[in-house]
Design a protein around this ligand. Structure first.
Ligand code: EPZ
Length: 423
């Protein structure tokens, strides 16, 4: 397993490219199952999760070809050979559940392994299944798989109100409803930019969708969908992550392609902490306004609230802020595993249930630390960038799921960071 070695240093300066969104690409890729025509995605991120989704789609008989070093995914599923998503692939990546809706809609049948939990929580999929039932499907859970069957005439449009916001369940329902007979209304739907991006791609394929980006999405089912070419939306979580690099280290960095509307609530918190964010033609230019960063309180919420996927990274910033901040994690039940690792670096953090209280210190000290999940791993790297001495982050396979070439991108800003093979 590789590690990343970070030597704390001075300010970071320069431009950093932001890739296409992992969490958009992972829901756009299964859309190929809905149509016999080719679907091509451009601006795709080069990540291990994308390679896992590629293997899953290929296991179903879809053709997925990575072009231009993986930035373009040319896909076609005119002749699927299987409707079964095997546990061996699904257990590696929970987003595999997103093939359920498209398989049901196109073929009327799907066998998808239940994904199981992960480090940050139990991650049940009950809302995905309830949404499919609202479209007339029968769900039979046995031997670790969900065996789903659509009515003889195909899925039926229906109304479903999510008891709480679920990004993945909204995506599954949206994908399935595009080919259902009649109209589907999804209430309390997720509003994330990745949902909007999926809707825009489906509309290019011929889907009739309204209300994407709001809490109520209405879908008029159609008989078939065509092909399309679609550019994956910018990754707002990678964007927010790299905006924190100059916030933690000092200096001035422009995140290329960044747009305020992707990270509005995050920018409000940075502003309160004393970080300036300026929209330029190239992207978002970020720098400390003056002196030490101020402590701010953060509560994670569904979009447009503060993203849970930026909570760990924000905690890294708060570790050396002036004052005390309270971070409340309201989306996942176990998403503070970066805290004990940051404490090893001298951070002062008390975790009680869903709240973490961080008392800022002048400077962290480098230490060997362990990545536990995707966003925790990058928060440890951010902390190491400004810490005194060396930080060795182990188990960086977590990192490679969501960040392409993190060491190259940060080195280009002047960071002292390298990958250590096989540690
Ligand atoms: C998506 O996960 C993202 N993953 C997550 O990003 C992100 O943290 C999350 O949305 C919230 O924004 C992808 O898009 C691939 P949810 P998802 O359904 O869809 C519970 C990252 O770091 N829930 O919105 O799984 C669930 O346990 C990853 O890139 C149910 O109880 O999230 C959680 O507590 C991590 N039953 C809450 O709802 C369900 O059927 C929100 O989950 C579904 C979810």
């Amino acid at each position: 397993m590789d590690s990343i070695l970070v030597k704390g240093g001075g300010p970071l300066n320069g431009d950093i490219p932001i890739a296409g969104a992992k969490n958009a690409c992972l829901t756009l890729m299964p859309a190929t199952l809905l149509s016999e025509e080719p679907l091509t995605l451009t601006n795709a991120p080069r990540l291990s999760d994308i390679r896992t989704m590629t293997l899953l789609l290929q296991s179903l008989g879809a053709e997925v070809t990575a072009l231009q070093d993986g930035k373009v995914l040319a896909m076609s599923s005119h002749a699927l050979t299987s409707q079964r998503a095997e546990y061996d692939i699904v257990r590696k990546m929970r987003a595999s559940i997103l093939v359920l809706g498209p398989l049901l809609a196109r073929y009327g049948y799907a066998e998808v392994s239940l994904p199981g939990g992960c480090a940050i929580g139990a991650r049940p999929v009950d809302l995905h299944l309830k949404a499919m039932e609202a479209l007339g499907a029968e769900m039979d859970l046995r031997d670790g798989y969900v065996h789903a069957k659509a009515p003889a005439g195909g899925l039926r449009g229906g109304e479903f109100e999510f008891p709480f916001v679920s990004v993945g369940a909204t995506e599954n329902a949206l994908l399935a409803a595009t080919l259902a007979n009649g109209t589907t209304v999804l209430k309390n739907a997720a509003r994330e930019p990745e949902i909007v991006d999926l809707a825009h791609c489906l509309q290019k394929m011929g889907a009739q969708i309204e209300g994407e980006g709001t809490s109520t999405i209405t879908i008029q089912g159609v008989d078939r969908l065509g092909g399309a070419t679609h550019s994956v939306v910018t990754d707002r979580i990678e964007l927010g992550t790299y905006m924190l690099a100059p916030a933690i280290c000092g200096g001035e960095v422009t995140c290329l392609g960044g747009r305020i509307e992707l990270v509005e609530s995050f920018c409000e918190k940075l502003d309160a902490a004393g970080i300036s964010v300026e929209q330029t033609e190239k992207g978002l230019k970020v720098a400390r306004r003056n002196g030490r960063v101020k402590a701010v309180d953060v509560t994670t919420e569904p979009f447009p609230g503060f993203p849970t996927d930026l909570q760990a990274q924000m905690m890294a910033l708060m570790c050396t802020a002036e004052g005390t901040s309270v971070l409340e994690e309201k989306i996942f039940e176990n998403r503070f595993m970066h805290a004990p690792e940051l404490i090893r670096m001298g951070a002062r953090i008390d975790v009680h249930g869903g709240h973490a209280t961080v008392k800022g210190v002048e400077r962290l000290k480098g230490a060997p630390v362990m990545a536990t999940d995707l966003r925790a791993s990058v928060s440890l790297i951010l902390a190491g960038l400004a810490a005194e001495g060396e930080t060795l982050v182990s188990r960086v396979y977590h990192l490679d799921r969501g960040y392409e070439n993190v060491e190259e991108k940060l080195s280009a800003l002047g960071a002292n960071i390298e990958r250590v093979e096989g540690q």
